[in-house]
Design a protein around this ligand. Structure first.
Ligand SMILES: C[S@@+](CC[C@H](N)C(=O)[O-])C[C@H]1O[C@@H](n2cnc3c(N)ncnc32)[C@H](O)[C@@H]1O
Length: 212
């Protein structure tokens, strides 16, 4: 470990990491190359890379402080390469990803970003993933505009007070954006504390003319 420990700690990541790991283990295959969008502190990546040493965990975040933390969490883990600077709001952000990607994970990002981050994320997933490969999206979601519990409703209100562009996103908006980029909503997995993992899978042919 370096003299200065740049590892940041997120309470949520410490709480939900094990449950997400179980979902990943169920789809685990040796050699899988997973791109994580919005890795934040990088705790998740370190946990998953350690638990599945035969996969490659590629962390990323647009915030340099987060990338420094991801780097520090990944120290000594050969299957956790240097984090990438990826911002899904930037046009054609996926072009900065040089290595092949077999799966993508994004935890607790789209409600902490403008709504356009949904389409930015899915546009990139549609370009980076091969047909049959999946994007897993973890967080609280609304279903047909309804919160599953009051605590999610309160969380949504708090987010919107913090930043008018933030807010819990609806499955329909995600599925609609996915359709435009050959990322088809497949199913959800119920997670602890009223969170879900949405699975979107890359289908067929992507129309390169799809506007983003
Ligand atoms: C609530 S944190 C979640 C971090 C991590 N996934 C976790 O669960 O611990 C949200 C993260 O999203 C990142 N983020 C915000 N806007 C983004 C964007 N447009 N593209 C990619 N990441 C973004 C932030 O920098 C931050 O690290």
């Amino acid at each position: 470990m370096a003299d200065t420990d740049e590892r940041l700690h997120a309470t949520a990541a410490a709480r939900n990491g094990e449950a997400i790991l179980q979902v990943l283990k169920a789809v685990h295959q040796p050699g899988l190359r997973i791109l994580e969008i919005a890795s934040g502190p990088g705790q998740h990546g370190a946990l998953f890379a350690q638990a599945m040493p035969d996969i490659i965990w590629q962390a990323s975040d647009p915030d340099p402080r987060m990338r420094a933390s991801e780097q520090a969490w990944g120290e000594g883990l050969e299957n956790m390469p240097a984090p990438l600077d990826l911002d899904v709001l930037k046009p054609q952000w996926w072009k900065a990803v040089e290595n092949p990607v077999d799966m993508m994970l994004c935890v607790n990002m789209i409600h902490c970003a403008p709504k356009t981050a949904i389409e930015g994320l899915l546009a990139g997933a549609g370009r980076l993933l091969e047909p049959g490969s999946a994007l897993m999206l973890y967080g609280p979601f609304t279903f047909n505009g309804m919160h599953s519990v009051d605590s999610n409703k309160n969380f949504d209100r708090m987010l919107r007070q913090q930043n008018a562009e933030w807010g819990v996103r609806d499955l329909n908006d995600i599925a609609d954006a996915g359709q435009k980029h050959a990322m088809v909503y497949e199913r959800f997995v119920e997670m602890p504390s009223n969170n879900h993992i949405l699975v979107l899978r890359r289908q067929g042919t992507l129309q390169e003319t799809t506007p983003i």
